[in-house]
Design a protein around this ligand. Structure first.
Ligand code: ZN
Length: 203
């Protein structure tokens, strides 16, 4: 299975910024070895002094598909979740400056937190879902899927032009504002609406 991630999918401002929507989403992959095992702490890797949390809505693909039209995208997933796209920001900045791929900064072991899953039938509108991240009990990130530049169905359409989607693939749909550095002993807890989706410790 693969983890497909969307970058820069939210702006600080709301809908009027649709005008400034870039022509294409930013897409990158994480290997399956990036998945943080359940109930394990996240260990800050020794090659970074600036690992950031990015809380993101996740979509679990349930059917093989290629060139999926957005109007059929809803048939390709039944569950959504919440996770963290951990990012070694210092390393990413160095790689970006050289025009190199980001994988080392995004795809290292443990860099993908995948929380619990909720059936999409629990939601009346996939494009109006609140989510948040608490760090040590304080909300640091808050988002709503209505603020995505590319909505879930558009993401599925876009990424399936390039990659065949397979059962079990997971899409990280991008992070809202409020990303920040994690420190040893932090606890990070993610919520979709009022439901706790994950809680992890940083070591
Ligand atoms: Zn991200």
């Amino acid at each position: 299975m693969k983890l497909i991630c969307i970058g820069r999918n939210y702006t600080d401002h709301i809908k009027e910024l649709e005008n400034e929507r870039p022509t294409d989403p930013v897409v990158f992959l994480k290997p399956d070895t990036a998945i943080l095992l359940k109930k394990q702490p996240f260990f800050i890797p020794d090659f970074s002094d600036d690992v950031h949390h990015e809380v993101e809505i996740l979509v679990k693909i349930k059917k093989v598909g290629k060139h999926i039209d957005k109007k059929f995208a809803k048939n390709y997933y039944d569950e959504i979740g919440l996770g963290i796209d951990f990012t070694a920001r210092d390393l990413q900045a160095q790689l970006k400056a050289k025009g190199l791929p980001w994988e080392k900064a995004k795809g290292f072991d443990g860099a993908a937190v995948i929380g619990d899953w909720l059936p999409k039938s629990e939601f009346t509108d996939m494009n109006k879902i609140d989510f948040s991240l608490e760090r040590n009990g304080t909300i640091v990130q808050q988002g709503n899927t209505s603020l995505m530049l590319w909505k879930i169905d558009e993401i599925i359409e876009y990424v399936s032009k390039y990659f065949t989607l397979k059962i079990g693939d997971i899409i990280f749909t991008g992070t809202p504002s409020g990303v920040g550095k994690v420190n040893i002993n932090d606890s990070l807890t993610g919520f979709i609406e009022n439901k706790q989706m994950f809680s992890i410790r940083v070591k």
